[in-house]
Design a protein around this ligand. Structure first.
Ligand SMILES: C[S@@+](CC[C@H](N)C(=O)[O-])C[C@H]1O[C@@H](n2cnc3c(N)ncnc32)[C@H](O)[C@@H]1O
Length: 226
């Protein structure tokens, strides 16, 4: 492993905002904070919002700064990416943002029934060859149902036509409730948003910047699955 990566991994072990359970533990048992994140990890009540496949955690950090009364957790398997988000959390003294380093496949081991208010899926892998692994497909939606509050919301922000169209189709076929959708976030749609909504959708992640620089159009939808 590269020296810098190793240093960052070691540094993360001492960060109290980063949880890194072993895969074996999570495969076999629920995580001990399941159902207790707000009071036991953040030390305060509040809505809980999670970002899955968070990478460097720009949404978790950006929303955490904007909404200090809400709690945010970014989840990703890549430690080197989470490290960046965790450093931002430290530098800005954000007590309402944390990270879990884990595979999303075990996400229902971490959160209890009705514990999560919102899920953000930010530039998730479109899984061109493996539709089963798409984060808006039935396998994952059924996991989210176990811990989303009634009326809980899922946000998808993506550059991928494939993932966007797939998600719209899933919403329609399964009778989920579509709240908002746009095939071009920064087009006319953006001009008609409130200032708060603009600020939220204008958070740009590492992958968003990468894809936008290649001319990809950014798409967004928000829906409920109950
Ligand atoms: C294309 S990147 C997007 C990262 C970030 N949200 C952004 O917009 O910059 C997808 C991220 O999802 C993570 N990921 C993909 N599948 C995962 C899984 N099954 N469990 C945990 N993380 C996963 C990858 O490690 C990667 O950081």
């Amino acid at each position: 492993m590269a020296k810098r990566k190793l240093e960052r991994f070691n540094e993360m072990k001492g960060m109290d905002r980063v949880i890194q359970p072993s895969m074996e533990d999570i495969k076999n048992d629920d995580f001990h904070l399941k159902g207790k994140w707000c009071l036991e990890f953040f030390g305060k009540e509040g809505p809980l919002i999670i970002e899955l496949g968070c990478g460097k955690g720009e949404y978790s950090v950006g929303l955490g700064k904007k909404y200090p009364d809400k709690n945010f957790i970014g989840v990703d398997i890549k430690g080197a990416r989470i490290w960046r988000g965790a450093k931002d959390v430290e530098e800005h003294n954000l007590e309402n943002v944390g990270f879990i380093r884990s595979k999303i496949d075990f996400i229902d081991r971490f959160f209890g029934e009705g514990e999560v208010d919102e899920i953000w899926l930010t530039f998730s892998d479109p899984q061109k060859e493996k539709p089963r692994k798409r984060l808006t497909g039935p396998l994952f939606i059924n996991r989210y149902r176990k811990f989303l509050k009634p009326g809980g919301v899922i946000h998808l922000k993506t550059d991928s036509d494939l993932l966007y169209e797939f998600t719209l189709e899933e919403i329609k076929e399964n009778g989920y409730k579509m709240i908002e959708s746009t095939g071009d976030v920064y087009g006319d749609y953006f001009d008609n948003l409130s200032e708060d909504e603009k600020e939220v959708l204008n958070i740009r992640t590492h992958y968003e910047k990468l894809f936008a620089s290649k001319g990809h159009i950014i798409k967004y939808c928000r829906f409920q699955v109950d």
